[in-house]
Design a protein around this ligand. Structure first.
Ligand SMILES: NC(=O)c1ccc[n+]([C@@H]2O[C@H](COP(=O)([O-])OP(=O)(O)OC[C@H]3O[C@@H](n4cnc5c(N)ncnc54)[C@H](OP(=O)(O)O)[C@@H]3O)[C@@H](O)[C@H]2O)c1
Length: 491
């Protein structure tokens, strides 16, 4: 299918193209595909929680509003709270972005929503829940998706009960889980073994929402669909690769969870490492999900464990001259334990020991309470050999901006316009908002949830990838904790 999104003259045309592509042959994955007519139940476990309210319900509403879900989909919330769907609706409302003209559709969406109050460790509750689900499944076919929007402490009991009491009797069952996937190699392996004892890898969807972002998904096309980049994508031409993430705010009173994990576990070991992997892997034999994931695992296996000498850790402190929240330190957050040494900023150099990348530093940087919101990949090329311009040329850089404002630009030298024979640095700029002016780019969660409906695991983390990611970071994390490494304060 050759769809030209550049010519999308409005949002509706764009959505029609998305609907077509969901049903296209390219979305068939190892025998699974988008079952437009088959009934689906989408279950949100932890429906009363923060993630459900801020992300999952809004995403489901947007997908429903845009007619992107299979026709007969209903939504079930499950949690311990004795609440009703009306209350959940109220709590979600501020995140749903409903326009006046969408009110009718919005009502329809909530009519398809139900709630069941039950505990996470009672088989009886799950059995009763299963009966309730069955009442809605009169059709000879029916698929179920379970989204675990729950604290990890209840993952195990919940998944056991899903397996024993709630598997779809007339179709497939898929389980979506959210990070943290453990805290180190051992705890992650324990969780992986537990899940593997209940479900096949094809049933498990580990979300890393960075893999749902447009520019992260673009890395493959950019590298393997362009002759100009691929031949120079190696140690002979590239001096360094930087992957960075910056957030302009601190923990905002929600530091309790963060303090247990820290910035390396929260951002670097998963989101940044996933981006690095896509930037560094070899060309897969095809675009099939497992061919891609095989290459990701291969490159991860070439990465040495991170050495503490290659790491900088920081913790933000209040800036007396700053405004509002900027005046507050990480330690001023009342939910953060007194004297915590948890890093809110980290920079680490990773080295890939293979023929393509030997000697090229991959620099990962991430932090909270920084000057701006930004996530990008920066490929810095080497100096031009045999320079004839008295050292004036600056190194080329290819920048892939993931957020905000998706963009791709190459920093390059040109002759300064006019009579003078001088040079200056400029950019070949592909900013998506101008090039694809009317194109609606799906949000990461929208894409990933649709992928689950389609059965595409391309943008989800496989257990062997996860285990390699923990191998790379676990010795460092243990050392930081055991030696109580003090982070550098930064404003
Ligand atoms: N919030 C985010 O933006 C975000 C982002 C990325 C990943 N995640 C991950 O997504 C999952 C859910 O996050 P969340 O922020 O939505 O969590 P949450 O609000 O703390 O918890 C979700 C629900 O789980 C139940 N719950 C809370 N603590 C519990 C406990 N100790 N024992 C049993 N049940 C408990 C509560 O429902 P009931 O009391 O009604 O049962 C709560 O409404 C977590 O694994 C988190 O790490 C969250």
């Amino acid at each position: 299918m050759n769809q030209n999104y550049t010519n999308c003259s409005n949002r509706e045309k764009c959505l029609a193209l998305y609907r077509d592509s969901l049903r296209s042959k390219e979305m068939d994955h190892d025998g699974t595909h988008f079952d437009q007519q088959i009934p689906h139940v989408f279950v949100i476990l932890g429906a009363s929680g923060d993630l459900a309210r801020k992300k999952i319900y809004p995403t489901l509403w947007w997908l429903y509003r845009d007619n992107l879900l299979p026709t007969n989909t209903i939504f079930y919330g499950y949690a311990r709270s004795k609440t009703v769907i009306k209350e959940i609706r109220l709590k979600c409302h501020q995140y749903m972005k409903v326009k006046d003209e969408e009110e009718e559709r919005y009502e329809e969406f909530w009519k398809l929503n139900f709630y069941y109050a039950g505990s996470y460790d009672s088989r009886t509750d799950f059995e009763k829940f299963n009966q309730e689900l069955s009442h809605h499944e009169r059709n000879p076919f029916g698929n179920r998706i379970f989204y675990l929007a729950l604290p990890p402490s209840v993952f195990e009991s919940c998944t056991v009960h899903i397996k024993n009491a709630c598997m779809a009797p007339k179709g497939w069952t898929r389980i979506i889980i959210e990070k943290p996937f453990g805290k180190d190699s051992a705890s992650s392996q324990k969780l992986s073994d537990h899940l593997a004892s209940l479900f096949t890898e094809q049933q498990i969807y580990r979300i890393d929402h960075y893999l749902g972002k447009e520019m992260v998904q673009n890395l493959m096309t950019l590298r393997f669909g362009n002759r100009i980049f691929n031949p120079c994508w190696n140690r002979d031409n590239i001096a360094s690769v930087q992957v960075s993430f910056k957030e302009p705010f601190g923990t905002q009173g929600r530091g309790g969870y963060f303090d247990e994990f820290g910035i390396i576990r929260d951002i670097m070991q998963n989101h940044l490492l996933q981006i690095l992997t896509l930037a560094a892997m070899e060309k897969p034999t095809s675009c099939l999900p497992d061919d891609i994931r095989n290459e990701k695992v291969k490159v991860l296996r070439c990465i040495q464990e991170v050495d503490l000498n290659d790491v900088v850790l920081g913790q933000y402190v209040g800036n007396p001259e700053g405004e509002g929240e900027a005046k507050l330190s990480y330690l001023d957050d009342p939910t953060v334990p007194e004297g915590s040494l948890t890093a809110t900023y980290a920079m680490a150099v990773l080295r890939i020991n293979n023929e393509r990348w030997d000697g090229v530093p991959f620099i990962l940087k991430c932090g909270k309470a920084l000057n701006e919101r930004k996530a990008e990949v920066r490929i810095q090329f080497r100096d031009v050999p045999g320079d004839i311009f008295d050292g004036k040329p600056k190194r080329n850089e290819l920048v892939i901006r993931v957020q905000p404002g998706e963009a791709l630009y190459v920093k390059m030298m040109v002759k300064t316009p006019g009579m003078a024979f001088d040079m200056e640095e400029t950019e070949l700029d592909l900013t998506y908002s101008s090039r694809y002016e009317n194109v609606k780019l799906p949000d990461a969660y929208e894409r990933l949830i649709l992928d689950v409906f389609c059965g595409s695991q391309m943008h989800f983390v496989r257990s062997d990838e996860l285990s390699e990611a923990w191998r790379i970071f676990t010795p460092l994390l243990h050392k930081i904790e055991q030696e109580r490494i003090v982070p550098v304060p930064y404003k």
